[in-house]
Design a protein around this ligand. Structure first.
Ligand code: MOS
Length: 738
């Protein structure tokens, strides 16, 4: 494909406000649960109140007497639901393959055991409460400690890490724990299922991956894929929790088919804690061996993560460990511990985020032992290539992230002595950590239509989960065609559109942008062909290669014509171009190691008199390729930093060890960062294009901003208090022990 000079403007990064902003502010953007269709009825599930055992009976008489209650579903009473028949990564994936009501066995608290459908939401809720359900209760496995692993797998290995560790002069050997975290986007999960002739389904769904959803749902409902349409136009975020289909979605569709009525089901905030995934608890042992100068000689990272009874979801904590630092000897192993808990799933920066908490905490502990500045220790161990596979990095500027961050933060003024930096009543703590996340590209398509009504439409079956995809696509088309933002229509979030990427793994932008640019280029070429060849065109007879397109006008030696005039006279509705992007996913044939990098600097203030801990400021420097639009990009990093403060200080789902119930299953008791907790956040992008990933050099910025925040924060807490927190979140009572 030809290079185009307009492109350079795009790639310098233009700050454009979100095109979907006004719709959202005016309440005109329809989220899934906003959808209403005539004849709509409501489903409310009843959930198991034990974590392990069996349903022995369900008495429905009282529920059935409630006016408006239509039907009650439970084990053996919901026909036509199956397990999915094929598992393909990112294409037909679910983290909960057991269809709802498949058997009467309970494997986790909150598992759906019945559903009441009624004419009104109130009647369905009353019906669900009126069910009398009895159980045969068994003692569940809910222990927090993870000694009995079900498997142990070597994830990465080089040299002899054990022997090198034994001989190392300086050692760190510590275990770090992270709790269950729950995604908790403000928009709840929801499904609205509408059938036509009982064999064609339209499913409105809060989904980060509509095409995957379509595939899985069609398999689980026993339908041809083309009979299922999944729509997800606007999302109130997802954080990974909305990547894969959950039971409520299959249940809603199957009930609607059985009942012959459209059905809506909205997951409650309580259900968000047991029915739609979470980040599982992890226990990670990190052993570092170094020489006196700080050179890493050995790195061992052995982790176990909790998982559910039926599925094998693993929190991939060793994700970043093998490539982040240079060391000749390394071993990363993983294990799973099965518990009677609901299936875990990807949560923003899955694996790398808890993994880097452990690794970067250990690096800080090593720096303290060595009396080497923690920034310096990272610089000493900067690798020349990805030592896990011998590949060069496509673009790695971690050193510069540290250097720029240190300068902006004022790191050289840091007194390393614990508790030595004071400001008023407070002791200041300064901490630092590295962050990293993979960069990949998925195969996808996009279509651009230059239309005679004066509009240009771009479409792709990807999603905007709040990250700015609508705006980025409009921006790319505008820079390519110059027709003005106001004339560009962006269509996303519908499986009838050209196949687009999942909104996950920070891959959507890097994947879809090349396809959109190619589509715009091809649409323009088609416009020139139409202009020069169609009998009634004002430019008939011109050579297509002599035509130019500027600011919405087709330019030739004969004069200028707006594209709408050309198309109207030619009697063509739209000049259409289709673009395609190829996958780049690493693997055997990879020539480069693709990753984003960053450095997080955190200042906390600890007031021991008041027992108050506060994050004052965060300086974050991110190397994520070329930034297309700095506004939503900065917004992503700021949001991720706020989430990182939540991870460091607040977030932890607590479970009753008798029943498995999340005891803080609401936003009053499950703490997330609030506005009052937000520090001053300074975001810098280094903006080096990663030309190996795509010729535009864009990677993605959704997840990396969360990585590194928690270990930088706990390093700062140590610097202020002398207390090393190795079990998240930081608790004030831990800090008062000294
Ligand atoms: Mo992200 S956990 O891939 O939505």
């Amino acid at each position: 494909m030809k290079k185009n000079t307009d492109l350079q403007n795009v790639l310098r990064g233009r700050a454009e406000p979100r095109i979907d902003g006004p719709l959202k502010v005016a309440g005109e953007a329809l989220y899934t649960s906003d959808h209403f269709v005539p004849g709509l009825v409501f489903a409310v599930p009843a959930r198991a109140t034990i974590a392990k055992g069996k349903v022995t009976s369900i008495k429905t008489e009282a529920a059935q007497k409630i006016p408006g209650v239509l039907k009650i579903y439970s084990h053996g009473k919901l026909p036509g639901v199956f397990r999915p028949g094929a598992e393909e990564k990112l294409v037909s994936h679910t983290d909960e393959a057991r269809p709802p009501f498949e058997d009467n066995i309970i494997r986790y608290y909150g598992q759906y055991v019945a559903a009441v459908v009624a004419e009104t939401l109130e009647a369905a809720e009353a019906g669900a409460l009126a069910l009398q359900i009895t159980y045969e209760n068994e003692k569940p496995h809910l222990e927090k400690k993870m000694e009995q692993e079900t498997s142990k797998k070597i994830e990465s290995e080089r040299g002899d890490a054990r022997a090198a560790f034994a001989q190392a002069e300086v050692k760190v050997d510590q275990t770090y724990l992270t709790p269950v975290e729950v995604h908790n986007p403000i928009e709840l999960h929801a499904s609205v299922a509408v059938w036509e002739d009982n064999d064609h389904l339209t499913l409105y769904e809060a989904s980060q991956a509509i095409l995957n959803h379509q595939t899985v749902i069609s398999q689980m409902l026993g339908l041809p894929k083309e009979n299922v349409r999944v729509v997800s136009r606007f999302l109130g975020s997802g954080f990974g929790g909305k990547l894969w289909p959950w039971s409520h979605s299959i249940m809603t569709a199957a009930i609607a088919r059985d009942l012959g009525r459209p059905v809506k089901l909205v997951v409650t905030r309580q259900m968000m804690f047991s029915n739609v995934g979470h980040r599982p608890r992890t226990q990670q042992r990190v052993q570092l061996g170094a020489d006196r100068k700080g050179k890493l000689l050995s790195l061992q990272h052995d982790y176990v993560s909790q998982t559910s009874i039926l599925e094998d979801y693993k929190e991939n904590c060793g994700e970043a460990t093998p490539y982040l630092y240079s060391t000749a000897n390394l071993k990363v192993t993983s294990g799973l511990a099965r518990r009677n808990q609901s299936p875990p799933t990807s949560m923003r920066g899955p694996g790398a985020v808890p993994g880097l908490y452990a690794l970067e905490s250990a690096m800080d502990e090593l720096a303290i032992q060595l009396k080497i500045d923690p920034v310096e220790l990272r610089l000493i161990n900067e690798p020349q290539k990805d030592e896990s596979n011998g590949l060069p990095f496509s673009s790695r500027h971690l050193k510069e992230c540290f250097e720029v961050g240190a300068r902006k933060f004022g790191w050289q003024k840091r007194n390393p002595l614990v508790g030595s930096m004071k400001k008023g009543e407070e002791i200041l703590g300064w901490g630092v950590a590295a962050c990293s996340w993979g960069a990949r590209r998925l195969a996808c398509q996009a279509v651009v239509e230059i239309r005679q009504d004066g509009k240009v439409r771009v479409s792709s079956a990807t999603q905007d989960i709040g990250t700015g995809t609508y705006t980025v696509l409009a921006q790319i088309v505008n820079e390519q065609l110059g027709v003005g933002f106001e004339n560009i229509l962006v269509s996303l979030g519908d499986t009838i559109l050209p196949p687009g990427p999942i909104s996950g793994g920070s891959m959507a932008t890097a994947s879809v942008v090349p396809a959109v640019i190619e589509a715009a280029e091809k649409a323009k070429k088609n416009l020139f062909k139409i202009a020069s060849e169609t009998p009634s065109s004002p430019l008939k007879g011109e050579k297509a290669e002599n035509l130019k397109f500027e600011k919405g006008k087709v330019i030739s030696s004969k004069g200028h014509f707006s594209f709408s005039e050309v198309l109207q006279k030619a009697n063509v509705n739209a000049a259409i171009g289709k673009g395609q992007s190829e996958a780049m996913m690493g693997g055997e044939k990879a020539k480069f190691s693709f990753h984003s990098f960053g450095a997080q600097f955190v200042e906390i203030g600890w007031n021991p008199e008041m027992a108050r801990l506060k994050v004052h400021r965060v300086v974050t420097v991110i190397d994520a390729g070329r930034i297309i639009n700095p506004l939503p990009a900065r917004n992503q990093i700021e949001g991720a930093v706020v989430m990182g403060i939540g991870m460091g200080l607040f977030e932890e789902a607590l479970f009753d060890e008798r029943t498995g119930q999340a005891v803080n299953d609401n936003l009053a008791d499950y703490l997330v960062s609030s506005h009052a907790d937000c520090p001053d956040i300074d975001v810098t992008f280094l903006n080096y294009p990663d030309k190996e990933l795509n010729e535009y050099g864009a990677r993605g910025v959704g997840e990396i901003g969360l990585a590194g925040v928690a270990p930088a924060l706990t390093a700062a807490v140590y610097h202020a208090t002398g207390v090393r927190v190795r079990e998240l979140p930081v608790r004030i009572e831990d800090l008062l022990k000294t």
